[in-house]
Design a protein around this ligand. Structure first.
Ligand code: GLA
Length: 725
């Protein structure tokens, strides 16, 4: 049983493929955490209960005889504010008396097959009830009558579980939720490092590893979007954990707004890890009978280092996060005009793109920003989603018909949550954007943010989008979002509920995305936020791929894609060959192949040599499609460890195929290059598709391949495809 309850010792045990997660109902119905880590057979862990030494000033519970129990040091399953636990807590409500002392205790539980959905929020899904088991624990605060249901789901066959929380106000008075983290895990030592992914526009998801200290440390977003600055991912890893070995606890929040991932120190040596909505910018008014659901946190445990952790996230997301038609069928190979033309294009010009695309075997043309209103630069027209027929040389339908007549599908760009200051929509509805009374609104890229917490605003924008998509043969939408949220207020909420706007904005965006996926089940949607500013599992629930970065330089992209791969599978990573100069077409293709693959440049500029290379790339895209989308990733040389080379491998699940890619960033003069492969079957024999040489998996992984003679000047790259005999 993946989830069990030992009624004698009152212990819950959640066993994933790789881990055990154990907690108990202690005296006075406190829920105490006992263990999370590599799988163990035991369920009676009372001897393991945390007994830190605590000082005489630590609060005790006078109803409990155990003088070694103090809320000050105990490992709580869902710690509350104000009741003797002085660390960062997971939950606080401000009650009708005006204080925020909260104390949830166990009431009851149930265990059942399957997994419930979370109302209004994206979450992982099961394909049948046998895919997962769920534990629900009901807790209640005796004084206010507010209840919390803790949800835990264990996915069978994965070293993964999810957690979320639903708050129910069962009292007869309104309360304010001040903090409601999705997950909390107390560890009894602090011998760990923390790994996070920081960045900015054009340099998203850089790997950072810092020792866990006796301080509160962590990452957050307050931008309204999950953001370029920090990804809602964090890992707690052993000091000796590396790519292949050691324990790694990965946390990822299925949420696209303000989040926090933090690690607080407990004075006696333990740490508390929290992940959820950032409480700094959040509050929620709960009337009697109202409910509030937190986003879902995904927790992966691997004892095969960071590589094992990533592979678990990848498989889990491929099978239980990405939904709809495009989850498992082949995606179109596309060309996007943005980097080639910006907004300076005509319908005729784009038809030439489609003509060249056809000659090269590309499936789809995506018309990016600039096709609507009077948008010839980024100063105007967001919100005015009316086709600029002058630019396209006629109605959109006719223009698309010209593209389709070539056998090329058509995709289009939208930025639904935004409004330009210079737009008819803003002139008509200046109160439709986020704003606060009496203050000037900050402007970014000449645009404001629409108040997507408002249904009337969402309905208006969606009706325009829906008409355009329904009336035209549109196979793909790029959903962009190009600024952070500031002056976050809504004209229709009372002052006491303004703290809800950040979260309501996210819920509003999800609601529109949901409608889009329901109304157009065949549509492929690619998310984008000035590149990868909203690369998170919340978005992946609606859009199976995300434009990874506006930086398409292949050398820079290696860093960005390595960081992204820590948590997200290759099938989600929007990657295109562009006109960037730092490497030739070969390397640009090899790097983009580790993603959705496509082109982002003017195909009219291709030389005959370019065309030959691109035709080869297109056939490689088809040849390696399944291996790259569904294979297991092994990061062999990371840019975090070497500024000279990067190497990665995809290995098919049956271990019968593998594709190795190596890129030289800076030439290593005069040194042999021996590379030990990973993830192969030591018993099987593999043939190198190019040279015909045959090697055992054991040899490839232990003796390695001698790659010294392969091209290794700055910007060079090569691939080796291996398959079993
Ligand atoms: C953002 C996106 C780009 C492009 C432009 C259009 O920057 O990341 O890919 O779509 O917007 O304005």
């Amino acid at each position: 049983m993946p989830i069990s309850f030992d009624s004698e010792h009152r212990v819950f045990k959640l066993d994933t493929a790789t881990s055990s997660y154990v907690f108990e109902i202690y005296e006075q119905n406190y829920l105490l955490h006992l263990y999370y880590g590599a799988k163990i057979p035991d369920s009676n862990l009372s001897a393991h209960r945390y007994k830190g030494w605590f000082a005489s000033h630590a609060p005790l519970n006078i109803n409990i005889d155990d003088t070694q129990f103090s809320p000050d040091v105990s490992m709580f399953e869902y710690p509350c504010e104000g009741s003797g636990d002085f660390r960062e807590t997971a939950f606080a409500i401000r009650n009708a008396d005006g204080n925020n002392t909260t104390d949830l205790r166990y009431v009851s539980h149930k265990i059942y097959p399957g997994k419930p959905v979370i109302d209004g929020l994206p979450s992982l899904h099961v394909n049948s009830d046998s895919d997962a088991d769920t534990l629900e624990i009901l807790m209640r605060d005796a004084v206010t009558g507010v209840s919390a249901i803790l949800y835990y789901t264990v996915f069978s066959g994965y070293g993964a579980m999810t957690r979320s929380v639903k708050i129910i106000n069962e009292s007869d008075k309104a309360v304010e939720i001040e903090r409601v983290f999705s997950t909390c895990v107390d560890f009894n030592t602090h011998d760990y490092d923390m790994i996070t992914l920081y960045g900015n526009w054009l340099r998203e998801r850089n790997f950072e590893r810092t020792p866990v200290k006796h301080i509160k440390q962590g990452i957050y977003s307050r931008r309204g979007l999950s953001s370029h600055a920090q990804n809602p991912f964090g890992a707690i890893v052993g000091k000796d954990t590396n790519e292949e070995y050691g324990s790694a606890y990965g946390f990822n929040l299925v949420y696209s707004g303000n989040f926090e991932f933090s690690c607080d120190s407990e004075p006696h040596g333990g740490i508390r890890v929290l992940m959820g909505i950032n409480p700094d910018t959040f509050g929620w008014h709960l009337e009697p009978g109202d409910k509030f659901s937190s986003p879902e946190a995904v927790m992966v445990y691997s004892n095969e280092g960071l590589g094992g952790m990533s592979r678990t996230f990848h498989r889990l997301y491929t099978n239980h996060l990405i939904r709809g038609k495009w989850a498992h069928i082949k995606r179109p190979l596309l060309i996007n005009n943005w980097e080639a033309t910006g907004m300076d294009f005509t319908g005729d010009k784009l038809v030439t793109f489609a003509e060249r695309a056809k000659e090269l075997g590309i499936d789809m043309l995506v018309m990016d920003d600039g096709w609507f209103g009077k948008r010839d630069d980024d100063k105007s027209s967001l919100g005015d989603w009316q086709v600029n027929e002058e630019k396209l040389g006629g109605p959109l339908k006719d223009f698309i018909a010209r593209i389709n007549a070539l056998g090329i599908k058509f995709g289009i760009w939208f930025e639904p949550e935004m409004i330009s200051r210079d737009s008819n929509l803003y002139r008509e509805h200046p109160d439709w954007c986020l704003h606060v009374p009496g203050r000037e609104k900050s402007i970014a890229r000449y645009q404001y943010v629409l108040d997507f917490s408002r249904k009337d605003v969402r309905d208006y924008i969606y009706s325009l989008m829906k008409d355009i998509i329904a009336e035209n043969n549109i196979a793909y939408v790029k959903w962009d979002c190009n600024r952070s949220l500031s002056e976050v207020g809504s004209a229709i909420l009372p002052p006491g509920r303004q703290k809800e706007v950040f979260h309501r904005f996210v819920l509003g965006t999800y609601e529109v995305m949901d409608r889009l996926t329901i109304d157009f089940p065949d549509l492929l949607i690619e998310n984008c936020s000035s590149g990868g500013g909203r690369f998170d599992p919340g978005m992946l629930y609606f859009t199976p791929q995300i434009w990874c970065s506006d930086n398409t330089d292949p050398v820079d992209r290696i860093d960005i894609q390595f960081g992204t791969s820590l948590c997200y599978p290759a099938s989600t990573v929007g990657a295109h060959v562009s006109a960037s100069k730092r490497a030739g077409f070969g390397t640009k293709g090899n790097v983009a192949l580790w993603g959705t693959f496509g082109y982002e440049l003017d195909p009219n500029t291709f030389t005959p040599e370019d065309i030959d290379i691109i035709k080869d790339q297109v056939s490689e895209y088809h040849k390696y499609y399944d291996l790259i989308r569904n294979g297991d990733l092994y990061r062999l040389i990371s840019p975090w460890e070497s500024d000279r080379r990067a190497a990665w491998m995809m290995v098919s699940e049956d271990k019968n195929e593998a594709l190795l890619t190596c890129v030289t960033m800076r030439k290593e003069w005069g040194e042999a290059f021996i590379l030990k492969l990973r993830g192969l079957d030591p018993e099987k024999y593999y043939v190198d598709d190019t040279t015909g040489e045959v090697y055992s998996g054991a040899l490839l992984m232990n003796a390695g391949l001698n790659l010294t003679d392969y091209p290794q000047n700055d910007g060079d790259s090569f691939k080796i495809y291996l398959r079993t005999l």
